[in-house]
Design a binder for this molecule. Structure first.
Ligand code: NDP
Length: 493
């Protein structure tokens, strides 16, 4: 069987994706569709259901029916189905990677290396983690024993963004399902294809109907309906800070549990004593992987004064070697940014940087694609120096292939600069001084700090940001705690 039959293999025929509700692939009740555009070509290649509150209502009804069975069937039975889903991702990994690349504009090599293997790992990890999940017990000497029961919440909403589509979609639904909840999920309408293919994998794996329901559509209609439905008791959201604020305003007065993974403007700090080759190679990845569209990208690079020129020259030389072009070609490093709207937003930010007095050392413009990519949304990796800490370019999340180089003298100074932002998602430090690494890691405002590396992830660790980068943590038992309701039972001796 091919996930793509009958159409996407040829990529010729336009077709419509479907919602996955009550175990079936169904059309939106209103019959409305949105165009799905391939960023590398700028052409419409499929249509996406433009679902609304009615579709969400039927998804909620399906989830309600499924919940008693799924929550009571036991962790082992849930784990077995989830492992079949993980195996399905592995079986169709090449097709999924091709779909992710076409839908998002990312290089197919990146989707094959990162996105799809990680989607598999997310499902596999939580399928097994749930079997090891334990709750606490508190002994009151000669009096009583307390133990904590952790029961699934019920129906939960999972809303994910377009930058790492299947990776972040599965990162949310896996712990929710493993903990025994039924899920209403909405992928970004900008990149819905792999979530649609994932629904076919769930059907093939025998996931009971109604346990997972995937509703495609726009944020303000389908997304909003999930958030404001009285029966979705928890919302796990990853996306922009503004959308997160809006979701919190809707869900908080309804007393829903909320996990918000939001934007970032992450510092990448290079001290004089760093291993220069590693700092350069890792910083190139941290700057431009996925066209700079990763919430963890280090977009503000701080280099200690003595190393500044050396780092800058080597960094620019490495950036100049990156190939921008057709994401289907295996040697492409930088594909297309996700949409025309985003393309214009990023180019506009480059103009703002110039107006603010920034000198563009490399890139700074759109790149004209060749052949089938002539109308695609390509932007050269862009490196800018000479900007002030409080300027828009150093404060706003651009979420594209744009980084700034900034000089600093002392550790105190760089800590103040790094923390001078409303965000607090991640930070990267390059140093060979162990004491300094510990000191800076402790004092930096971020939920995740990498030392001499970037994006090295252990799925057991807490993941999330502070300040405007979010509320709560995903990953490991943190996620299983989020998707369960603790109940204390006290037994008197
Ligand atoms: P958005 O906030 O625009 O959208 C995220 C999701 O929310 C999409 O599915 C979107 O649907 C949906 N949505 C929009 N409005 C509403 C609403 N009113 N109610 C419910 N759902 C809604 O983010 P992007 O997709 O543009 O993603 C980029 C952002 O995500 C960046 O800021 C990035 O930093 C952040 N991000 C954070 C991560 C983290 O872990 N902290 C990881 C990855 C990205 P639609 O697409 O239809 O608008």
């Amino acid at each position: 069987m091919s996930l793509f039959s009958p159409y996407i293999c040829s990529m010729q025929v336009e077709q419509s994706l479907k919602n996955y509700i009550n175990g079936e692939l169904v059309e939106p009740l209103n019959g409305q569709y949105i165009d799905n555009v391939e960023p590398a070509t700028g052409k419409v290649y499929a249509h996406i259901p433009s679902s609304d509150a009615k579709d969400v209502e039927s998804a909620v009804q399906a989830a309600e029916q499924a919940f008693p069975l799924w929550s009571n069937v036991g962790v082992k039975a849930r784990s077995e189905v989830m492992l079949k889903i993980a195996a399905g991702i592995k079986k169709y990994q090449r097709e999924l990677a091709a779909a992710e690349s076409m839908d998002n504009g990312k290089p197919v090599a990146l989707a094959e290396l990162i996105d799809i293997p990680r989607a598999h790992d997310n499902i596999h990890f939580f399928a097994t983690a749930a079997e090891h999940f334990a709750s606490e017990s508190h002994h009151m000497e000669n009096l009583a024993i307390n133990y904590t029961l952790r029961r699934p919440i019920g129906i939960v909403g999972c809303i994910s963004p377009w930058n790492l589509p299947l990776y972040l979609f599965t990162w949310k639904i896996a712990p929710a399902l493993a903990a025994g909840n039924c899920v209403i999920a909405k992928p970004s309408e900008v990149t819905p294809l792999t979530a649609y293919l994932f629904s076919k994998i769930c059907i093939e794996a025998g996931l009971p109907k109604g346990v997972l329901n995937i509703v495609h559509g726009l944020g303000p209609s389908a997304g909003q309906a999930i958030v404001e439905h009285e029966k979705t008791k928890a919302i796990s959201f990853t996306g922009g800070t503004k959308t997160g604020e809006h979701i919190a305003r809707t869900a908080s007065p309804m007393f829903k549990k909320l996990s918000l993974e939001l934007g970032g403007k992450n510092p990448n700090i290079i001290f004089d004593d760093a291993d220069l080759a590693n700092a350069v190679a890792t910083s190139v990845k941290a700057s431009f992987s996925n066209q700079g569209q990763i919430c963890l990208c280090g977009s503000r690079i701080y280099i200690q004064e003595k190393l500044y020129h050396k780092f800058r020259d080597k960094f620019i030389a490495a950036v100049a070697k990156l190939k921008v072009g057709d994401p289907k070609e295996n040697d492409t490093n930088i594909g297309a940014v996700v949409s025309k709207e985003h393309f214009q937003k990023v180019l506009n930010h480059i103009e703002i940087a110039k107006d603010e007095g920034g000198q563009v050392l490399f890139g700074g413009q759109a790149v004209k694609g060749e052949g089938r990519c002539k109308d695609g949304y390509f932007i050269a990796p862009t490196v800018i120096e000479g900007l002030q800490p409080n300027c828009v370019t150093n404060q706003d999340e651009i979420f594209g292939p744009v980084v700034t180089l900034n000089k600093f003298k002392t550790e105190e100074e760089v800590l103040a600069l790094a923390n001078n932002t409303k965000y607090g998602l991640s930070a990267t430090i390059f140093t060979n001084d162990l004491k300094r690494a510990h000191r800076v890691a402790e004092n930096i405002d971020a939920g995740i700090v990498w030392v001499n590396t970037w994006l090295l992830r252990d799925l057991r660790t807490p993941f999330g940001g502070i300040k405007n980068s979010g509320v709560g943590r995903e990953g490991g038992f943190e996620a299983l705690r989020f998707f369960t309701e603790p109940k204390n039972v006290c037994i008197k001796y």
